[in-house]
Design a protein around this ligand. Sequence first.
Ligand SMILES: [Zn+2]
Length: 264
Amino acid sequence: MSQHLNEFLWEKMTWEQIEERLKTVDTAILPCGAIEQHGPHLPVDVDYFDAWYMALKVAGGCSFPKPFVLPPIPYGVSYHHSAFKGTISVSNNALSALIYDIGMSLAHNGIKKIVILNGHGDNKPTLTYAAQMINRDAKIFVCVDTGETSDIDLYNLIDTHNDIHAGEIETSTTLAVRPELVQMEKAVDATLDFNNEYLDFTSDRGVSWYVHTQRISETGVMGNAKKATAEKGKLMWEIAIKKMIEFVESIKNTPLDQLYQNKY
Ligand SMILES: [Zn+2]
């Protein structure tokens, strides 16, 4: 196992090994998470762990030469969960500055494609901003995935609408890989009903809007955690990992110029 992980974990290599590997690999995956309340039944590290787990599985499943996986960023923008203990939030400015600096440093090393794997929805505007600034200044490819590559498939597997936090999806994915950390007897149904398609979080017509969690959920859950099963979670991981592998493979083996524009 550790032999396997050493094939792509940036921090486990010497500078000479990294220099050698950079001759054949120009793609790096940067997992970003959050440490924040996930209801009464899940640990606070779900977004952090899931992003990291996903990065390891994706790199492990990619062909040789495998993309680099960077050390995960544990903290995210979680101010809206701060009424619940256990939440540790950093500011949008701090997170974007950190991601920008890491991106510029990666570019300096010779990395040409950065895939930011985001495990926490509310990091999205901040990570997108950082990605844009890295692209502006280093002129490399930077993208942010907050589940876009597979959300459409995952939503087809579940019954709950507005399932966005510690509900059917996140409880299932945690049951699948870390069942010992799930207290299913405390799982609740906290499905949100706004009766307004423009406010619904998972509606195609939904606007981006922000709310402090305690205003809309007493337990911190948004979704129906009771519907979660390990079987659903395994299927979700399988799909999400497969789609992300497909995506990374498609950019990893494509020269930057070609990625931008195949035909002139
Ligand atoms: Zn989460």
